[in-house]
Write a protein that binds this ligand. Structure first.
Ligand SMILES: C[S@@+](CC[C@H](N)C(=O)[O-])C[C@H]1O[C@@H](n2cnc3c(N)ncnc32)[C@H](O)[C@@H]1O
Ligand SMILES: [Zn+2]
Length: 364
């Protein structure tokens, strides 16, 4: 047994129970999201392991009115119970498979944090919302190699979507995960609104609001589509269907999808998270502030980005222009251009591709 501390919360871990300190930022972001929701919530931490997530959500936010731990491993549940007690928290703790327990528990906020893909759990996740008109799903995928293009067959199998292994693959992977959430929600007559979504280290994460309405379910489905990409010239585009050939050079395109083409974040929600982050003394506060500010800029931008290094390589440029210069030039030409949390060397812009290259004096 080891005694640890994460962002001011003390808890114990055991060799037999999973705990990854590298997920601290993920837990902090999610806890901010719980706080930003504001409404009173029944939280189910469905893959709880040591219970550190649920404990942090309940200790750091006033709006958690009930906390339930679920884990298939009885050693995890014993530890989560002990950790809740150490933190003077009341929590229900249940040993079992989240799929089997789906008919016995209701949640306003469900945390899905499995090993690897969340896909096989999504249908049962939505059953936790059976009695709800409005709920929140917090979902993590750590099968990044699958979602981000390394394993096409596995992605087709788990997500029914084609991934794409290129310079903006992490955004594509996140959007494929959201597509699977959208489709599953629709089967339950629920529409989704992503509140905050991000890529960090080895995982992809999104917190989505789900609302029961056949119309909203259909509206969400209408936000699905494809992204096409030309490996030869770097041109990219999005639409309901993939484009067979490149609109810039005529070469055959690669494509990804179906995937979520809608927004990844809600601006007022991110605003609330930013405010809350200022009031908390998280170890990752600065990094989170930076990421959340970048996410705000991503809203309203195309569902892909430009990795400046990759573009320069493709264009056989000898040197890479400074990020600030690129942004300034694009803005001066009347185009909106921002940095993105997905990569420190990438930009998002709605400028046509020819302008992206032209404004920098590159050959198109
Ligand atoms: C990645 S860990 C969760 C980490 C934890 N949420 C955290 O932030 O520290 C996954 C946990 O899910 C549990 N688990 C795996 N399959 C499960 C299932 N079908 N139902 C419930 N728990 C499951 C495992 O025993 C493990 O403790
Ligand atoms: Zn092309």
């Amino acid at each position: 047994m080891k005694h640890l501390e994460e962002d001011g919360i003390t808890f114990s871990t055991a060799k037999t129970v999973f705990y990854n300190p590298a997920m601290r930022l993920c837990r902090s972001m999610s806890s901010l999201a719980v706080g930003a929701i504001g409404e009173k919530l029944e939280v189910v931490d469905a893959f709880c392991a040591s219970g550190i997530r649920g404990i942090r959500y309940a200790k750091e936010n006033k709006n958690v009115k009930k906390l339930t731990f679920i884990d298939i491993d009885k050693r995890a549940i014993a530890l989560a119970k002990k950790n809740a007690k150490t933190n003077k928290l009341k929590a229900d703790a249940v040993v079992g498979n989240i799929s089997r327990l789906a008919f016995e528990h209701d949640a306003d906020f469900l945390e899905i944090d499995p090993f690897g893909t969340p896909s096989p759990y999504l249908v049962d996740a939505f059953r936790y919302f059976n009695t709800k008109k409005l709920a929140y799903l917090s979902v993590t995928a750590t099968d990044v190699a699958v979602l981000c293009g390394g394993k096409t067959a596995a992605c087709m199998k788990n997500y029914h979507s084609r991934p794409m292994n290129n310079e903006f693959t992490h955004e594509t992977g996140l959007r494929i995960m959201l597509k699977k959430v959208t489709e599953t929600a629709a089967e339950f007559n629920m529409g989704i609104t992503p509140l905050v979504s991000f890529s960090d280290k080895h995982y992809l994460k999104s917190v989505v609001m789900v609302k029961r309405s056949a119309d909203l379910a259909y509206d969400s489905l209408k936000q699905l589509g494809h992204i096409s990409f030309c490996n030869k010239c770097g041109f990219r585009s999005s639409g309901v269907f993939p484009e067979r050939s490149c609109a810039n050079c005529g070469a055959e395109n690669d494509y990804a999808g179906p995937l979520w083409l809608g927004e990844l974040h809600d601006p007022s929600f991110i605003g609330k998270m930013l405010e809350l982050n200022q009031k908390r003394k998280y170890a990752d506060r600065e990094q989170m502030d930076h990421m959340l500010s970048l996410m705000l800029g991503e809203i309203g931008m195309p569902p892909y980005f430009y990795n400046v290094h990759a573009l320069c390589k493709l264009q056989q440029l000898k040197s890479v222009p400074k990020m600030d210069d690129i942004l300034a030039k694009l803005r001066k030409s009347g185009h909106k251009a921002v940095r993105t949390h997905f990569s420190p060397v990438a930009i998002k812009t709605a400028a046509p591709y020819k302008d992206v290259l032209g404004v920098l004096g590159w050959k198109s």
